[in-house]
Design a protein around this ligand. Structure first.
Ligand code: ATP
Ligand code: MG
Length: 415
């Protein structure tokens, strides 16, 4: 059912829009916000005779005067043709075939060929294949929100709008393209994207999006835990993570990502702390956030296990294992990350004991910094009785570093 319905809805939008001319608006971006490499890639493709634009979130952000996180490029050149234009590029993806143009080990730009709205969906309505190439006006309607479906022509300095994205940007509104029930069925991740953009941009969600989220929330459980892990990083590693958290809770989506997590002051202070670190360009790790999100559940499990298990260590260890196993059914966590989460939890007890003989040992432990930050934030929120413990470890570090003056001070240490 879902498959047929979604194909029809996409075609209807296309039919309606096929003959309508797009709005072309000359805009004057702050050129400093444009990525030089993206401009070079666009110019190379354009010189080879193809139609090519910057597209999606980067155009939206440039119009709002924000620095885009990444620059996406759309063209009528086929992936193989793009691949031939750039020495350092590679073809990737199965569901979506794309080209990555490499600039360094960490930096690449994504070039996508215009796709038609013809998608192959599974019984559940989820898109399984979307590889039919098309024209720009077809590419527009397969995108999620109108604000994300704007194209920028570098040569003419014009934004091309087929669907009302410019009006939405001016009126601070988020509208979905097509029927929200169907679009969320095709890809439930669009629901969390809606909340993320609402928060990042401080825009209003359309009423139909709000209603559809309430009705389709449970579809998020169909998304692979690996994809949700990537999405979670985008949700919380930013300057507005706590607001996103509150909205996920409000729209009842949180339980489909973190069923063991409930809002508390520790989560609030930790998410705000992460946002502040990002503002100050300090490194952050998802291990910290997951450790915070699951701490209460771990504690509750520990209390139950402790009744039967005498060893604090074994009870803590078992509680940690169980909570993590429950979590990865929803959002997968890489092994290195679960190890760091467990370390942080296990170290809380050792830090709380403040044993003089163990100070050196703990200070030189790889996981100390993260465990200490975790303890400090606990003491500032749910465990005010730990203030003196936190102070003890703050002092221990400064005393240790003055004694150990030949150890070079590590700047920007990762917690
Ligand atoms: P940001 O990069 O700031 O998180 P973005 O809008 O650029 O936001 P990306 O994930 O980089 O988001 O995707 C780039 C573009 O691809 C989007 O603007 C949108 O047009 C399209 N897109 C991304 N994900 C989806 C999706 N799940 N469904 C439909 N279109 C999507
Ligand atoms: Mg982007």
């Amino acid at each position: 059912m879902g498959g047929v319905q979604s194909r029809l809805s996409i075609f209807n939008i296309f039919r309606r829009k096929k003959n309508s001319k797009p709005v072309r608006k000359r805009v004057n971006f702050n050129k400093k916000l444009l990525d030089r490499d993206a401009v070079k890639v666009v110019q190379t493709i354009s010189k080879a005779g193809f139609e090519v634009y910057l597209v999606g979130g980067c155009v939206r952000d440039l119009l709002l005067g924000l620095k885009p996180k990444d620059f996406d490029i759309a063209t009528n050149a086929k992936p193989e043709q793009v691949n031939k234009l750039f020495k350092r590029s590679r073809l990737i993806g199965r569901r979506f075939r794309l080209v990555h143009v490499m600039f360094s080990a960490r930096k690449y730009l994504e070039v996508a060929t215009f796709r038609s709205g013809q998608v192959k969906t599974a019984k559940s309505g989820v898109i399984v294949r979307d590889n039919c190439y098309g024209k720009i006006e077809e590419d527009v309607v397969r995108r999620d929100f109108r604000i994300n479906a704007l194209y920028y022509d570098i040569n003419t300095e014009e934004v091309i709008d087929y669907i009302g994205g410019l009006t939405d940007i001016e009126s601070h509104q988020i509208h979905i393209i097509g029927d929200p029930m169907v679009r969320f069925e095709e890809d439930p991740v669009r629901m969390i994207r809606a909340l993320r953009f609402q928060t990042k941009l401080d825009f209003e969600l359309s009423d139909e999006i709000k209603t559809a989220i309430h009705q389709q929330a449970s579809l998020l459980s169909n998304i692979s835990p690996a994809r949700l892990y990537e999405e979670c990083i985008k949700l919380f590693h930013n300057e507005y993570g706590f607001k996103v958290f509150e909205r996920l809770e409000k729209y009842d989506l949180l339980k489909h990502l973190f069923k063991q997590t409930r809002k508390n002051d520790f989560i609030k202070i930790a998410l705000n702390n992460t946002s502040n670190r990002i503002k100050r360009n300090k490194p952050v790790t998802p291990a910290f956030l997951f450790a915070v999100f699951l701490w209460q559940a771990q504690n509750e499990r520990y209390q139950i296990i402790k009744k039967k298990e005498k060893s604090v260590y074994l009870a803590m260890s078992q509680a940690s294992e169980e909570v993590i196993i429950n979590q990865i059914k929803q959002v997968s966590l890489p092994r290195w990350l679960t190890a760091r989460i467990k370390d942080t939890w296990m170290m809380q007890n050792r830090l709380e004991k403040m044993q003089p003989k163990k100070i050196e040992d703990l200070l030189s432990n790889k996981g100390f910094r993260m465990a200490y930050d975790f303890l400090v934030l606990r003491s500032q929120s749910i465990n005010p009785e730990l203030k003196s413990v936190a102070e003890f470890w703050t002092k221990a570090q400064s005393e240790h570093s003055s004694l150990d003056s030949h150890t070079p001070h590590k700047k920007n240490r990762k917690r």
